[in-house]
Ligand binder design. Sequence first.
Ligand SMILES: C[S@@+](CC[C@H](N)C(=O)[O-])C[C@H]1O[C@@H](n2cnc3c(N)ncnc32)[C@H](O)[C@@H]1O
Length: 244
Amino acid sequence: MTNVKKFWEVRAEQYNELQWANEKTYLDALIKAGDFKSDQLVLDVGTGTGIVLHEIAPLVDEIIGLDISQAMLDHSNWQGNKFFVRRDISDPFFHEGVFDRVTARMVFHHIIDKTQDAANEVYRILKPGGKFLLSEGVPPTSEVKDDYEKIFALKEERLTFMPEDLIGLLENAGFKNIQPYTYIMKEMSVNNWLEKSGLEQEIQDEILEMHINAPAYFKEAYNMKISRGACLIDIKYAILVGEK
Ligand SMILES: C[S@@+](CC[C@H](N)C(=O)[O-])C[C@H]1O[C@@H](n2cnc3c(N)ncnc32)[C@H](O)[C@@H]1O
């Protein structure tokens, strides 16, 4: 727990400056898939600094951000219809069947031991007919999955999901009418991602080098290009909506 606490304390400092996290077209894709309405109560799991929560807040009645990291929550804005709690989603806290929507962007790959417990808990706290909006970055093709895992192993302890793994997670939790969407973020700067990651310079350099010197199939899968000194790649995100 201490390592996890420290990890997020370091990341929290520059999290709001990450290009991918603020990319408007990604946030718009989430909003579109979520079908939010003005009478809804929403829970944003792993809300972090609240970037997704702030987009949803004007569209709904109330939204609660839940996160294990106080450091990340400290960078949130608590005004208006926004509330925050410091909890682990795997540990039951809310009553059964209270939320209209639960969202979780780029959170579940961090829930290493209790992944299914966390999905089951989301299912439990949703109202019947309520929806879970789950989004994760995924390898662009199965061919580059090993490369993807090697790169991320240098950055953090995490899970790698393919879209079908996420569908299985939702199905096992009991969700039905699962709708899978794909969002491609064009020309994400690997340099920005590394500079704002809180990683030691040595590791940043190593990850950048792995991109620059990657085999042709990797560069092609990521549509990689170098522009004005920056390494740009297209990132694939899976967005899934499951109904209780
Ligand atoms: C990559 S950040 C994503 C933040 C936000 N959802 C966004 O898209 O900008 C992942 C967040 O998940 C939180 N987190 C990780 N495991 C969690 C758990 N078991 N329960 C609640 N939050 C968790 C971390 O503390 C971190 O703030």
